[in-house]
Design a protein around this ligand. Structure first.
Ligand SMILES: [Zn+2]
Length: 132
């Protein structure tokens, strides 16, 4: 996945950006290749919420920001990829599961710690009882 992202990133230099429509913070850009294979896509992007999408739909299919979106991020001088374009499945937290309490609420570490102590005490007690 990293290699695919690298490929997209390496092509950013090929594109030219033109603003084609502005409605408040919603902007529509035309991203057009200046070299190599001819490509032209419309990217919609809200500069405040940082939500948007590209006509090539790579992000929709693969969950990976395409070179056109990356071009826009660069054009807007964003120093990082907006979190809306980073799918949880590609993050280091992807395999983290949330432990729910018996009432169905997420349990935080503090509660987990307290539960761990309680379970440990119960185990010790049951072991002691087994030897009586
Ligand atoms: Zn695209």
């Amino acid at each position: 996945m990293f290699n695919k992202f690298q490929e997209e990133f390496d092509e950013v230099y090929r594109f030219r950006v033109d603003v084609v429509e502005v409605h408040g913070d919603d902007k529509k850009f035309k991203v057009q290749s200046m070299a190599g294979r001819h490509e032209e896509f419309i990217v919609k992007f809200n500069i405040t919420s940082k939500v948007g999408g590209c006509g090539c739909q790579l992000y929709d299919f693969m969950g990976l920001p395409c070179k056109h979106l990356l071009t826009i991020f660069q054009h807007l001088f964003l120093d990082e990829i907006p979190s809306n374009f980073i799918m949880k499945r590609w993050t280091k937290d992807a395999n983290k599961v949330e432990v729910l309490s018996s009432e169905g609420f997420p349990m935080h570490d503090r509660h987990l710690g307290a539960d761990a102590v309680r379970i440990s005490q119960m185990c010790r007690l049951s072991t002691q009882l087994a030897y009586l």
